[in-house]
Design a protein around this ligand. Structure first.
Ligand code: AR6
Length: 178
């Protein structure tokens, strides 16, 4: 585990499963149709149960890339799920970096709006959406650090990295950024 303080807030990196986290919110790597897919999305809907999809269908008709929407957490430990839509990686010159930063920022803004003090993120866009992990980790971490410096909340932001390689790359990027 890696932990740094940004003002009064904590930013940490752990290796693990996002669906097991007990932070008030966990972030889903969703798609813009908000239809359950594989990866993090599949795992969250499987463990959280059908109420999450019901709420998504009732409240939202999709979500643009770079934005996020919120639902309750169903059977998960987390009270809320923030469904963030990262970009599909094309060539790195198609606005992907801005859209990825925006997906993290939108999620953090929703958390603050709902008085959520702790939130867990996966490495958005680095699975099915093909974003190179090194670039994605720098964008993810710098966006969160900037947000925490400016807003001093949420109190805890945790990145939950699924595999050893992704965890190591995030660790290295964090060292280079602070
Ligand atoms: N906990 C934490 N991280 C995980 C878990 C888990 N349980 N499972 C996978 N990862 P992905 P994306 C890692 O594909 O690239 C879906 O079909 C994974 O190893 O979940 O944003 C959606 O419906 C990778 O590092 O999300 C969308 O259509 C990271 O989480 C699309 O995939 C993100 O992988 C979104 O693709």
């Amino acid at each position: 585990m890696e932990k740094v303080k940004i003002g009064n807030c904590i930013l940490e990196l752990v290796k693990g499963d996002i669906t097991e986290q007990d932070t008030e919110a966990i972030v889903n790597a969703a798609n813009s149709r908000l239809v359950p897919g594989g990866g993090v999305d599949g795992a969250i809907h499987r463990k959280g149960g059908p109420s999450i999809l019901e709420e998504l269908r009732k409240k939202y008709s999709g979500c643009p890339t770079g934005k996020a929407v919120i639902t309750k957490g169903g059977n998960l430990k987390a009270k809320f799920v923030i469904h963030a839509v990262g970009p599909v990686y094309k060539d790195g010159k198609s606005g992907e970096a801005d859209l990825l930063a925006s997906a993290y920022r939108s999620s953090l803004e929703l958390a603050v709006k709902h008085s959520i003090n702790s939130i867990s993120f996966p490495a958005l866009s680095t699975g099915a959406y093909g974003y190179p992990v090194k670039e994605a980790s720098r964008i993810a971490l710098s966006t969160v650090i900037e947000f925490l410096k400016e807003h001093q909340k949420p109190e805890l932001v945790r990145f939950v990295l699924w595999d050893h390689n992704t965890f190591q790359i995030f660790k290295k990027s964090l060292k280079s950024l602070i």
